[in-house]
Design a protein. Structure first.
Length: 160
């Protein structure tokens, strides 16, 4: 019997909406995750919270901490622990690069979004530097100004 592969494209499960407000995102990476079956099923339902998640290093490997994947109801006693550490699957050069970044003062690595690509769960990681209060205010001002310009532009297009 021939094996058929499902190609779903990129199906986004969860995004970290706070990330771009709280941090300057400098660089991004795509990483795989070591997950249990009940975690994958729960992720497919979209039961994940990544707002407080971060990447840490232990013995030369990278782990994702503080990401809450809700228990899968039908898994019964074979369920997973919602806040367990999850190992990240990256190439050695990427692991070394992120490890160096984690040791720099003021920098961290956070999950930006969870998605399924070719049937496999992936996480987009971003190197982040925390924003100051005045940076957040400037971002809000520029977004408001852009929104107002778009609104005026749309109004002008409708009059023509």
């Amino acid at each position: 019997m021939a094996e058929t592969k499902r190609t779903e494209g990129d199906k986004t499960v969860a995004t970290n909406r706070k990330a771009h407000h709280e941090y300057h995102i400098e660089e991004t990476w795509e990483a795989g995750l070591v997950l249990l079956g009940s975690e994958v099923k729960s992720l497919r339902e979209g039961n994940v919270t990544i707002g407080d998640g971060y990447v840490g290093e232990q013995r030369g490997e990278l782990f994702l901490y503080n990401v809450h994947i809700q228990e899968y109801r039908q898994a019964n006693r074979h369920n997973h622990e919602p806040l367990r550490w999850r190992k990240l699957l990256l190439k050695r050069a990427q692991i070394d690069e992120i490890s160096r970044l984690l040791h720099e003062k003021g920098k961290t690595c956070i999950p930006l979004r969870f998605y399924f690509k070719n049937g496999r769960c992936k996480v987009e990681l971003g190197s982040a530097v925390g924003k100051k209060l005045h940076d957040k205010r400037e971002d809000m001002k520029s977004k408001d100004a852009k929104r107002e310009m778009d609104r005026v532009k749309r109004g002008r297009d409708r009059e023509d």
